[in-house]
Design a protein around this ligand. Structure first.
Ligand SMILES: Nc1ncnc2c1ncn2[C@@H]1O[C@H](COP(=O)(O)OP(=O)(O)O)[C@@H](O)[C@H]1O
Ligand SMILES: [Mg+2]
Length: 312
């Protein structure tokens, strides 16, 4: 099993200093989750849901308050050392790179932390620099790097230890579309290599494309774990109907919104029965090429969590 989390809780005390006296905040509230080996698993939820806290506990940076978490069969508290050498971490943002070192020196440094020999470290660093398109800049100082290059170096860093499990926390925040596209391809390659991946993201299209299953969490609790498609089927709140027509459907019961453009119309309905009625109406009126479209992951997410969850 890639990840096994049972009834995990973690609380923090708000306030300043090393022993804050403020109110207690529950970041994880009895969270249970299993991720089989080789799965690409998405962790979705609004800000403050507890995603980063879970990633930190799985990567042994933070201790749980109660409950258990195992990574690749090792307990994150009792066997932290075994966990650390088998995982890679990519936390978004600009931290964690040494700006006064070159890209290659950064990678060699982390290779040493993973206890790779110098020869292995050199070899893996060169391989990853090539894989992430950084070979030409390999020996330049990181402080001269663009944001996109730093992001790619972050990815290389996460892969240097040849990890069986990789934790990505908001990896595509601030990535341009080309970089985000390359990232999706990289995830596909890492899956082919049999690695287990846990990825938190606000990008529903990305989650839908790369994840085998996703877990929706809110307030430190699991709302649902499902394939993106399964999740869409669970939610019958919105069904879209698409058709090539200029017919007016706004008056039909259950029609929530209508978007029409150049003879093509997308109709949002409040559920299966309404969608069926709209389809029947269109077919009765001689419209061809009508199709019902299941909700996207984004629709489902908005149904279950609400619009506040889309803020980054
Ligand atoms: N070091 C900390 N000290 C105090 N509260 C924290 C700390 N880290 C996280 N929290 C709180 O725990 C909750 C979950 O945070 P986090 O795991 O970062 O959520 P997410 O990554 O889903 O946005 C939030 O209410 C946050 O304020
Ligand atoms: Mg976070």
């Amino acid at each position: 099993m890639g990840v096994r989390v049972i009834d995990l809780t973690r609380s923090f005390r708000k306030g300043k200093g090393w022993r804050p006296k403020g109110p207690e905040v529950t970041a994880l509230d009895g969270l249970t989750l299993e991720i089989p080996d080789g799965e690409v698993h998405g962790l979705l939820g609004p800000n403050g849901a507890g995603k980063t806290t879970l990633c930190k506990i799985l990567s042994t940076i933070l201790l749980p308050s109660s409950g258990t978490a195992e990574v690749l069969g090792y307990d994150v508290v009792a066997d932290a050392h075994e966990v650390r050498r088998r995982i890679g971490i990519v936390f978004g943002g600009e931290h964690g790179l040494y700006w006064k070192l070159s890209a290659r020196q950064n990678l060699r440094y982390w290779a040493a932390l993973y206890k790779l020999t110098d020869a292995e470290g050199d070899h893996r660093a060169s391989e990853l620099l090539a894989r992430l398109g950084l070979t030409a800049k390999a020996d330049d100082l990181v402080e001269t790097f663009s944001r996109g290059m730093k992001q790619r170096l972050h990815l290389a860093r996460g892969l240097i230890g040849d990890p069986k499990l990789i934790l990505f926390d908001e990896p595509t925040i601030g990535m341009d579309p080309v970089a985000a596209h390359d990232f999706r391809r990289l995830i596909g390659e890492l899956r082919e290599e049999g690695r287990t991946i846990l990825i938190t993201t606000h990008d529903m299209d990305e989650a839908e494309e790369v994840c085998d299953r996703v877990t929706l969490i809110d307030k430190g609790r699991v709302i649902a774990t499902e394939s993106p498609r399964g999740l869409a089927q669970m939610s019958s709140l919105h069904r879209w109907v698409e058709a090539e027509t200029t017919a007016d459907v706004t008056h039909l019961p259950g029609v929530v919104a209508v978007e029409s453009r150049a003879g093509f119309v997308r109709i949002k309905t409040d559920g299966d029965a309404s969608a069926r009625r709209v389809i029947d109406f269109l077919l009765d009126n001689g419209v061809r090429s009508v199709r019902a479209v299941p909700p996207t992951l984004e629709d489902v997410y908005l149904d279950l969590i609400g619009a506040r969850g889309m803020e980054v």
